[in-house]
Design a protein around this ligand. Sequence first.
Ligand SMILES: *[C@@H]1O[C@H](CO)[C@@H](O)[C@H](O)[C@H]1NC(C)=O
Ligand SMILES: *[C@@H]1O[C@H](CO)[C@@H](O)[C@H](O)[C@H]1NC(C)=O
Ligand SMILES: *[C@@H]1O[C@H](CO)[C@@H](O)[C@H](O)[C@H]1NC(C)=O
Ligand SMILES: *[C@@H]1O[C@H](CO)[C@@H](O)[C@H](O)[C@H]1NC(C)=O
Ligand SMILES: *[C@@H]1O[C@H](CO)[C@@H](O)[C@H](O)[C@H]1NC(C)=O
Ligand SMILES: *[C@@H]1O[C@H](CO)[C@@H](O)[C@H](O)[C@H]1NC(C)=O
Ligand SMILES: *[C@@H]1O[C@H](CO)[C@@H](O)[C@H](O)[C@H]1NC(C)=O
Ligand SMILES: *[C@@H]1O[C@H](CO)[C@@H](O)[C@H](O)[C@H]1NC(C)=O
Ligand SMILES: *[C@@H]1O[C@H](CO)[C@@H](O)[C@H](O)[C@H]1NC(C)=O
Ligand SMILES: *[C@@H]1O[C@H](CO)[C@@H](O)[C@H](O)[C@H]1NC(C)=O
Ligand SMILES: *[C@@H]1O[C@H](CO)[C@@H](O)[C@H](O)[C@H]1NC(C)=O
Ligand SMILES: *[C@@H]1O[C@H](CO)[C@@H](O)[C@H](O)[C@H]1NC(C)=O
Length: 799
Amino acid sequence: MTRPMIVMLLEIILSTASLASAQAASGALSYVDPLIGSTNGGNVFAGATLPYGLAKAVADVDGQNTGGFATDGSNVTGFSSVHDSGTGGNPSLGNFPLFPQVCPGDELDNCDFRIGDRKRHYVNGSVQARPGHFGVELETGIGAEMTVAKRTALYRFYFPKDGQGGNGTYKRNTNATAPESHPLILLDLTDLWQSRQNASIVVDPITGRMTGNGTFLPSFGAGTYMLHFCVDFFGAEIFDTGVWVNNRAGTEPKKLFVTRGFNLFYLEAGGFVRFKSLTNDTVTARMGMSFISADQACRSAEKEVPDPLQDFGRLVREAETAWEDKLNSVSIATGGVSDNLQKSFWSGLYRTMVSPQNYTGENPNWDSGRPYFDSYYCIWDSFRTQHPLLTIIDPEAQTQLVNSLLDIYKYEGWLPDCHMSMCKGWTQGGSNADVVLVDSYVKNLTGVDWQLALEAIVNDAENEPLEWSFEGRGGLTSWKNLNYIPYLDFDPVGFGTNSRSISRTLEYSYNDFCLATLAQGLGRDDLYAKYIKRSTNWRNLWRADQKSAIHGTDTGFTGFFQPKYLNQTWGLQDPIACSALAGFCSLTSNPSETFEASIWQYQFIVPQSISSIISLMGGDASFISRLDFFHTSGLADISNEPVFLTVYLYHWPGRPGLSTKRIHTYVPAGFNTTNGGLPGNDDSGAMGSFLFFSMIGLFPVAGQNVYLISPPFFQEVNITSKVTGKTATIKNINFDASYEKMYVQRATVNGKPWTKSWIGHEFFTEGWVLELELGEKESDWGSKVEDRPPSWMGAMDMN
Ligand SMILES: *[C@@H]1O[C@H](CO)[C@@H](O)[C@H](O)[C@H]1NC(C)=O
Ligand SMILES: *[C@@H]1O[C@H](CO)[C@@H](O)[C@H](O)[C@H]1NC(C)=O
Ligand SMILES: *[C@@H]1O[C@H](CO)[C@@H](O)[C@H](O)[C@H]1NC(C)=O
Ligand SMILES: *[C@@H]1O[C@H](CO)[C@@H](O)[C@H](O)[C@H]1NC(C)=O
Ligand SMILES: *[C@@H]1O[C@H](CO)[C@@H](O)[C@H](O)[C@H]1NC(C)=O
Ligand SMILES: *[C@@H]1O[C@H](CO)[C@@H](O)[C@H](O)[C@H]1NC(C)=O
Ligand SMILES: *[C@@H]1O[C@H](CO)[C@@H](O)[C@H](O)[C@H]1NC(C)=O
Ligand SMILES: *[C@@H]1O[C@H](CO)[C@@H](O)[C@H](O)[C@H]1NC(C)=O
Ligand SMILES: *[C@@H]1O[C@H](CO)[C@@H](O)[C@H](O)[C@H]1NC(C)=O
Ligand SMILES: *[C@@H]1O[C@H](CO)[C@@H](O)[C@H](O)[C@H]1NC(C)=O
Ligand SMILES: *[C@@H]1O[C@H](CO)[C@@H](O)[C@H](O)[C@H]1NC(C)=O
Ligand SMILES: *[C@@H]1O[C@H](CO)[C@@H](O)[C@H](O)[C@H]1NC(C)=O
């Protein structure tokens, strides 16, 4: 029953407009699988969206529902129109879900209104996901297909005919004596997290239009946000309308206001419409969303989807074209590698542009006249690879993202580390928007007021906010006086989660290094001198005699970061604490002196001065054995972003071949095309962009004009700059798809020998050609001291 039903559904859509021309489906797009990372904690948004789209339509489930849907076989609770992607923690958005059903006996009160009653498993194997389109069938036999415009989701709910379905079956009015039943679609005034504070709905009994709004909590932040909706129905006549509360519904009244009751009791409530005389057994629902007003939601919907019964195919095609435009600056010659590696690659690139969301014209708090983006979720995750990738692939978007960050600084007083749904999000480590800005600066991103950027970053470095849990930095008094963040700091100036003294010291040091870089570029030598000195503060937490044991066995390495009290004596945190071997540490669960990773991980997070930590650790050989131990002992956590650069740190001791070898241990074993094929939360495309950079063979050191060279996973990769129109090529010579020959023997750039193991962003903007000659054995390419990636050498002299 399942198969024919889905086929029928598709036929309807195909007949409406010729969908997905062969040409559109050929190229890169056909390799994008939005279901990669849809279970096993990837938390990706698997539904229909435009690049950076506000409208994101998908089936929501009661299983792993952080991004709405999951392929974990759980139950569908509704179909909703806004989401975030790849985030951890609480489920995000998913407001005002619709849910289709047929009330047994055509009795309204026989319908299931509450989530716990109405939820239904989806039919395994019925899920269809590709860019711009999502479809699924419920076990009731009711099918749903969806696509989107910028701020509008368009759904087609298919109700199986009499005798064909399970509980979703309705009787058609085939003759005068047959009783007709009336499919119902409800709207629930809730979100995925059930965070609603209050909400309103009005149902128009003539047209069936439902409009309203609700106030909700951001999923990882402070305050509240208000969202508005406007849904219209097409392809059927209205039978009746009304509102529902708990498990009862009525046709009067036509509006409702719900709030939180006794003990903040969560009332389930919303509106409904029942239909008659369905065309093709289908009801089409057009849902406009807005952060401004219901009127604006209706206007967007009417403008973007003027002819809902005819527009479905057009919207899918437009979404495909929009995605193709985003992917088409990259092309690859595969050299015979598997389809799966291509799928991982293109899907990773795709996910990098699902979020943040373009909320231009939807910001209720200010209108600066410039595009506004939100869902920087969170920059601690995205600064390392996502923003650097956007700078290459979509510099126009990156300019708008940077300017939105600067607008947030102007209007809210601080750059965010995390921001979603118009609200301030919780800060995880340093003020890493600083790195995003400076990374864009060193890559000559245009259209940004860099003086304003300098002002915003200096503000992070100098002024402590009252609430540094969601903006700026904490402990600045100690930072300035003691040159580290103390363990159990006394900080009466501002308030935040007073933990993470080691990881904050390391990240603030790097943030200050980036600030020094910008100051120098802008000719502010005074500021450069000040902050380059502060960028060495990490050294103050290095305890040269600290050892580390695992289950009582000494690892053999001496010298680790340790917490230090205000009185300058050492505290103690086991270097393996907060690793996969010892339990997780976050802001709220087991807060520690390192955030979400161990001292073993954080010892490598000094990207400004890797050669200094190599010296502290006893030189190249001893650094390499420490790094190997980290990656092979269970201490490295490939599921979380701090690990990213550590895969490539072998470049600094002059062994780029070991970086290459290391990345091949993680791809595809940890990143593959199964639905559970991401090792952890995709974090708004952080994992996707890590994979992309790894596979093109150039890995960014965020905040510096440095890409580390390692052979691409494909024979050849071209990337065309949208700024200059020039095409950069990375080409393997002697490529072999089994990766036995994976070590660079010799390299050339534009035909001339290139001995350095790294290259700058000019490679992309000037359209250079990098050729890597491969062999089976590691060579001495990139080993000379002068050929290693840059490292700020003053670090050992200051302090
Ligand atoms: C559907 O798939 C899920 C997850 O794989 C599984 O738990 C469930 O039993 C499957 N249901 C059916 C009806 O096969
Ligand atoms: C789906 O709903 C059923 C019935 O309430 C429940 O037993 C099951 O745990 C749900 N599945 C998931 C993954 O939550
Ligand atoms: C169908 O409806 C009956 C009666 O309401 C209910 O017991 C049963 O669980 C439903 N089955 C499905 C697949 O929804
Ligand atoms: C009308 O429909 C009913 C129920 O489906 C059926 O029993 C009856 O025979 C039909 N009458 C005619 C005239 O087709
Ligand atoms: C809804 O809740 C928000 C947040 O608690 C509150 O600010 C607002 O006044 C409430 N709205 C109404 C209409 O009560
Ligand atoms: C929320 O929706 C209700 C019902 O449409 C409306 O009366 C009210 O003005 C709306 N509130 C806001 C702030 O838009
Ligand atoms: C219903 O289906 C027919 C034939 O498949 C098609 O021509 C018509 O456009 C469809 N109507 C709607 C409203 O989708
Ligand atoms: C890359 O660009 C060059 C120069 O335009 C071209 O010759 C080559 O075929 C392209 N390779 C790929 C994989 O697109
Ligand atoms: C965001 O939306 C605005 C308004 O539609 C548009 O001007 C801007 O170019 C969009 N940004 C991107 C990167 O698409
Ligand atoms: C940025 O612009 C400067 C001045 O034109 C130039 O020297 C430098 O190479 C450019 N950097 C990059 C990464 O393009
Ligand atoms: C420093 O402070 C810590 C924590 O309060 C305390 O345990 C330790 O004894 C102090 N050391 C000295 C030398 O005062
Ligand atoms: C695919 O990736 C997941 C997540 O990292 C991993 O658990 C799984 O073992 C991998 N599967 C294969 C076949 O490599």
